[in-house]
Write a new protein. Structure first.
Length: 160
């Protein structure tokens, strides 16, 4: 398990560029809101901790993780953002729907990274159980949203 020996919320602020002049978009899936709201809080808190101005953080909601690609695409096209974080949570069920949604969402976000000049950070949990998602959205393994925010800052400054 990739996060078993890592706390997703830990970062060395001295190694992170200051985010005060950066603009961030965060597109959040409304599906599994207990998880996605935790991920959003982790991302927002980390951005602010690293100097981002709250007025430079734009949040849009979409119905589910499958819709994240379109939401991110529209945010890039209509908003001046230096990076976008796509936040979602897909939890394994009894059907193959999980596989299709996870694959399509990952592919769609990867496509945006290839086709646009704005980095899109993949902050979509794809867990087998609700407990695994809880553990990674502010629980015992920290918060993947925090990790995604740090990646967004690094990628936004990479392209400047």
């Amino acid at each position: 398990m990739a996060t078993a020996n890592k706390n997703l919320s830990v970062y060395d602020k001295t190694t992170i560029p200051n985010a005060k002049d950066l603009r961030f978009g965060i597109v959040v899936s409304e599906w599994n809101p207990k998880i996605t709201e935790g991920l959003f809080k982790g991302a927002e808190d980390a951005l602010l901790d690293c100097g981002a101005n709250a007025a430079n953080i734009t949040r849009w909601n979409v119905p589910g993780s499958f819709e994240l690609t379109f939401g991110c695409k529209k945010m890039i096209a209509t908003s001046e953002v230096d990076a976008v974080i796509a936040i979602g949570s897909v939890i394994q069920g009894e059907t193959k729907h999980f596989d299709f949604v996870c694959s399509a969402t990952a592919q769609g976000i990867m496509d945006l990274n290839v086709l646009t000049d704005v980095p899109v950070i993949f902050c979509v949990l794809t867990d087998n159980t609700m407990q695994q998602a809880i553990d990674r959205s502010g629980g015992k393994h920290g918060n993947k949203g925090t990790e995604a925010a740090i990646a967004a800052i690094k990628m936004a400054t990479l392209i400047q």
